[in-house]
Design a binder for this molecule. Structure first.
Ligand code: XMP
Length: 517
């Protein structure tokens, strides 16, 4: 099946993923690459119908700021520059950019300055519309080949268009909700300028994924590392649709997970005729992690142990050639310097993509590798996966090992499990569960003095982390009531032996991440 492609080149903006997501939501396949990953030849070989240059926190005149070859302006593929992307286009063509230390952030009012331009088709010209700005530097003189097509009171060159070519650029961010006609601008770019067909539809994607799996696996068998989370559920269902009984799911109990209603999941699999086997490997994992406090080393150890177990299991079944994993696009992006899709910065190696040893004999299949979380959820819905699975909070592969900061042991795991259980009960009691994207407890290696029943206590400090996010790439801490915080704190401190102090994490992502390690 033909799928039109838009490439987003990432110059480090916190909104780069959002651009890709917005365009996929409109219905066009979009891939995000670090600005320096693809040569012009690579870009041409992918035959994109359009290219977007993202924003980024840099100044084009700085020596090491990210740049791209000027050739990008000569390959006759429609181009849209956003924020830093706009400044870069101007810089490459001889425009003048004013360097500033003062940030213009937030709402601005755009006045469209052209009667007819495809980028602003259908957007009111007789009044100002709201746009969202987030920049330091600003263009002072545009290249001669460009016209101004929109201004705000503080930014003369808020939108520009090439006089002859399909090159457009905006200083504001059309991808954020606060830009009133942002989605219309992106739709105009992909429909009217790039002339894309909107053929990225989830029903089509399911068919593409299933036929890809059939082709790849042929008559062989697949084992799947099943974690109980949504991604591995959807992966199992898709592979099962493609190859039926030749899929063998393996659930490894590492002792580091909190699997809600394991029996319900297992009986559901049995009902669907999907083969699933449980391996108890708690002692193995705990002994390997003994004494380790570095988070990346923990992740690598866990990844390696998983692979060893899967390789062992694969030998017990004839013709197993593939190991399937529920890796999704955000895992790929965030672990990027461990994969081929190298983006500018690696944050942490999510275990499924970060820890694969080179000696591994099984070939990897990752059917969800190109999908964002909300796309996986929508596919899950189409596959009729039950709601409590669809909306359960994500749980990282390395589990409690990265939520116990520092060294891990069984005692700490039990403390954390008890605290987590209380959190889940109260999220449901307070009707918060469905309004929060992810919530969990972190156990710090810090002890402090408390007093309980007139007695001195000296116990661990725990942190409540609760975030709201659309795609887990950016997140804000949840706005929880004091009443709820008080309840969590008093229940955990009173009921969990080992914790005598609770904190609430009020950091957003970025600059923090969701998990602590
Ligand atoms: P961070 O901490 O990177 O987390 O902001 C983003 C989302 O990914 C989950 N996460 C992981 N998932 N393997 C996974 O499958 C991992 O190693 C891993 N680390 C983080 C995290 O819980 C959040 O939902």
């Amino acid at each position: 099946m033909k799928k039109d492609l838009i490439i987003v080149l990432d110059f480090g903006s916190q909104y780069s993923n959002l651009i890709a997501k917005r365009i996929r939501d409109i219905g066009v396949y979009t891939l995000l690459y670090s600005y320096n990953l693809l040569s012009i030849k690579d870009i041409l070989s992918k035959k994109p119908k359009g290219i977007i240059l993202s924003g980024g926190p840099f100044s084009v005149y700085k020596k090491n700021s990210p740049k791209i070859s000027k050739e990008i302006l000569e390959i006759n593929i429609p181009l849209l520059g956003i924020c830093y992307g706009m400044q870069l286009i101007s810089f490459l063509l001889g425009g003048v950019i004013h360097q500033s230390n003062i940030k213009e952030y937030g709402k601005a009012l755009l006045k469209i300055k052209c009667k007819k331009n495809p980028l602003f088709s259908g957007i009111p010209k007789d009044r100002h519309t709201t746009v969202w700005m987030s920049h330091f530097d600003e263009i002072k003189k545009i290249p001669n080949e460009f016209d101004v097509i929109g201004s705000t009171s503080s930014c003369t060159f808020a939108a520009i268009a090439h006089k002859k070519k399909d090159i457009y650029a905006v200083q504001f961010h059309p991808e954020v909700n606060n830009t009133e006609y942002g989605n219309s601008i992106l739709k105009n770019f992909i429909d009217k300028i790039c002339k894309c067909d909107r053929n990225w539809k989830l029903n089509n994607i399911i068919q593409i994924i299933i036929s890809d799996i059939k082709n790849k696996v042929s008559n062989n068998k697949v084992i799947l590392g099943f974690s109980g989370g949504l991604d591995s559920f959807v992966t199992a269902f898709l592979i099962h649709k493609a190859i039926g009984k030749r899929l063998h799911c393996i659930f490894v109990d590492t002792g580091l997970f909190f699997v809600k209603e394991k029996n319900t999941i297992f009986s559901f699999f049995h009902k669907m005729n999907i083969s699933i086997k449980e391996i108890n490997a708690e002692n193995k994992f705990l002994s390997k992690l003994n004494g380790i406090s570095n988070p990346e080393i923990k992740r690598k150890i866990i990844g390696k142990e998983f692979i060893n177990l899967f390789e062992e299991e694969s030998k017990k079944i004839k013709n197993v050639k593939f190991l399937a994993q529920g890796t999704i696009y955000s895992d790929v992006i965030e672990s990027s310097n461990n994969s081929n899709e190298k983006l500018s910065n690696s944050i942490k190696s999510h275990h499924n993509v970060g820890g694969l040893p080179k000696y591994m004999k099984l070939k990897i299949i990752e059917p969800l590798k190109m999908l964002f979380k909300d796309e996986v959820r929508k596919i899950g819905k189409l596959l009729k996966i039950p709601n409590d699975i669809l909306y359960q909070y994500p749980f990282p592969g390395p589990g409690y090992s990265i939520r116990i900061i520092g060294k891990i042991n069984k005692k700490k795991i039990n403390i954390l499990k008890k605290a987590e259980n209380i959190l889940l009960q109260e999220l449901i009691n307070y009707n918060y569960y469905n309004f929060i994207s992810q919530a969990f407890i972190i156990l710090l290696p810090i002890k402090s003095v408390g007093v309980m029943g007139d007695k001195r206590s000296y116990q661990y400090t725990a942190v409540l982390r609760s975030v709201n996010t659309e795609d887990f790439m950016t997140a804000t801490f949840s706005n929880l009531s004091y009443d709820f915080l008080e309840k969590i704190s008093s229940r955990i401190i009173n009921e969990v032996d080992g914790i005598n102090r609770m904190l609430y994490d009020i950091s957003s992502k970025p600059p923090s991440t969701i998990e602590w390690e």
